[in-house]
Design a protein around this ligand. Sequence first.
Ligand code: GLU
Length: 507
Amino acid sequence: MSDIRVRFAPSPTGPLHIGGVRTALYNFLFARQSKGRFILRIEDTDQKRFVPGAEEYILESLSWAGLEIDEGPVQGGPYGPYRQSERKDIYKRYSDQLLKDGHAYLAFDTPEELEAMRERMRKEGNPSPQYNAITRQYMKNSLTLPADEVEKKLAAGEPYVIRIKMPRNEEIKVHDLIRGWVSFQSNQLDDKVLVKADGLPTYHLANVVDDHLMKISHVIRGEEWLPSTPLHVLLYRYLGWEGSMPAFAHLPLILRPDGKGKLSKRDGDRLGIPVYPITWKDPKSGEESMGFREKGFFPEAFINMLAFLGWNPGSDQEIFSLDELIKAFSIERIGKAGARFDIEKARWFNQQFLKRTDDAVLASMLRPYLEKEGVEADGEYLIQVCRLMKERATFIPDIYTDGKYFFGPVESYDEKIVAKKWNEAVKPFFMALRQKLTDLDPFNKEEIEKAVKSEMELKGMKFGQVLPVFRVMLCGTVAGPPIFEVAELLGKEEVLKRMDRFMERYA
Ligand code: GLU
């Protein structure tokens, strides 16, 4: 085992967006590739935003996607607990240290006082007022109040938060494995709250403390966290851990298909695109958002598609199994620019995986859909239908919906083809063909093809005159797998029945 340790650290505030799954995927690939550990940490210190069921949803999504967790709330591990709400005492030690060393302070301001400060600053022409090195001087905190008054407030149980004391005029440099050096000015940053009035740490403190204690070597996360990173760097410094700080890699955004902004749930709804790995049912509204799994995507196709949203292998290869991704993945090949989500490409990936799936496996996957439709089919027959249909299907149910004629009589005929191709010249051909097929033995694709061809020669007809009609007779449509194979699978009796039915109807 190497020292590489990475974590996926979602907050259980709702379903996982596909961007979150991609973050998990890149962490997973990196861990597996370097024989390191992939850790799941549940960041649930914001109790107001906690959503019941979200943690279970996250676990189920990762498991569906095949991203196996090495250490986590369910798996356990040497650095647990892995749920932040169970680590409250740990954080207190470090916020105490920051207070003692003068890098943090207590702030007693009420929400009204904070709002009044913001209002005043807005009036003075500052559109985005902050609690910072300037404003803190006018607020109620342990830097401005006399020590005895602070003591009195604490004794009286007055609520307070702990804020970082952001330094003045400092340049904070962050090294990012994807973006190189990124520099920030401390004057642009505010005195972020580190511990809330309920005594629980905010994301920033808990995240840094846990990454350190859990010996995280690389922080691979979404781009939206880049602006928080200078604050994290300062926390590592103030806690004396700068020397062992993890490396950072901030992943590009996943954009809408038109490239205009981040792909949101609303865009997904509008465009009919899933944005969640598996279906999410909102516990409050009961509203359901369809997931990739429920849309019929293979987890392997979903993962392959996600891997390419922000990374490329540097070759023409597009189809990768999870194992191949583990081998090919590298942080250096992650792009800086946002990656456009393309549902057509996602469907294409699914099609590729469906095509590569064993016929018998496809049959077993199709079975539940057939049962729902009340359709019965023999096991071996179903396997053969899957073999013929898989070249054309994008999703498993397509095998049934596009190939209904395999499971019952033709429901409707392509009238355009009938009008164009069914005429007095071809009628005798099919009468004769019917006769030939009656005597055919064995009734297989080679023999059927031979019979059709010899009859064509005899009557001086071309493929274009007879094959579309033959297809429509047997399937109702001209689209579908090779017709001689279809005929073989349907069997002699059924083929003759369908020919008769057609010829009677259009006599
Ligand atoms: N809890 C944060 C989130 O929900 C984690 C960000 C990080 O990986 O540092 O995305």
